[in-house]
Design a protein around this ligand. Structure first.
Ligand SMILES: [Zn+2]
Length: 269
């Protein structure tokens, strides 16, 4: 059997032969949006796709399960970044439709083990609504997980910035880029731009379990599209963050393998 992990690199006959029971499909979501002057606009989708691929490679080596990575959904909902050039933002209904139509295309062929792996905070509300709609109308229960939510403890341990330093194009995302693709980072352009909210509990920060989530407008709320402290980013931090996310998400997929078809689908499947 082909050991490829990219859905689009298989033929239809290879896909037809996949064992539905042991095949999971990760759908990476993210955004094409400005990430300050020092990171590229594909940061969010690059990260979720890279983590998804590493998870798939790791699990395929274990031998029992097969994880395939669906074509990543490049664009997310990023209206709060449109004040800077480069951002391409989908309407909520467009984003929902792309995900819905992806699942609706695969369902008739019996696939039901999916995980949406998200790399963009601005997608979270939409994803919650979309997986609910998919459950109701297509009869499949699909978890949608944002990678940083699996590694809060690691971010707290690794992060050196004060709360607010890991918000956007920040200590975390810049560290990941320095580890995964340093050639795409321009650290000379990285600046510290801490959020304006006056209290730690109101700050956007990937380490916060919950916070006063005031909808952002980066043009209003940042100097150059950054929220946080990318100056403290290092390759080593990025490596720890990446490896931890791959481990945790891999464990989540392996955990889901114990769920039966009847646990993940309803009568309308
Ligand atoms: Zn980002």
């Amino acid at each position: 059997m082909s050991k490829r992990i990219s859905w689009e690199k298989l033929s239809w006959t290879e896909i037809a032969e996949l064992d539905r029971e042991s095949t999971s499909i990760i759908i990476p979501t993210g955004a094409i949006e400005q990430h300050g002057p020092h990171l590229t606009i594909d940061t969010d989708i690059y990260n979720s796709d890279a983590i998804a691929r590493a998870v798939a490679e790791k699990i395929i080596q274990g031998g029992k399960q097969r994880v395939l990575v669906a074509p990543p959904i490049w664009w997310g909902t990023s209206p709060h970044h449109l004040g800077f050039p480069g951002t391409i933002s989908l309407k909520n209904e467009t984003f929902t439709s792309i995900l819905y139509d992806t699942i609706a295309s695969l369902k008739p062929h019996g696939f039901y083990r999916f995980l949406i792996l998200n790399g963009h905070g601005g997608n979270i509300g939409n994803l919650t609504a979309t997986v609910s709609k998919i459950g109701e109308e297509l009869g499949i229960s699909i978890p949608a997980l944002s990678y940083w939510q699996t590694i809060t403890d690691v971010l707290i341990k690794v992060g050196e910035s004060e709360i607010g330093g890991m918000g956007h194009a920040c200590e975390m995302e810049t560290s990941l880029a320095l580890f995964l693709r340093p050639e795409d980072v321009n650290m000379e352009k990285a600046i510290i731009d801490m959020p304006k909210q006056p209290t730690s509990w109101s700050c956007i920060d990937f380490r916060q379990p919950g916070f006063l989530n005031i909808p952002l407008d980066l043009k209003r709320d940042s100097k150059a599209g950054i929220i946080g402290n990318p100056v403290l980013a290092t390759r080593e931090k990025g490596e720890q963050i990446f490896n931890a996310a791959v481990d945790r998400i891999g464990a989540a997929i392996e955990g889901m393998a114990h769920l039966k078809k009847s646990d993940l689908t309803t009568s309308s499947f």
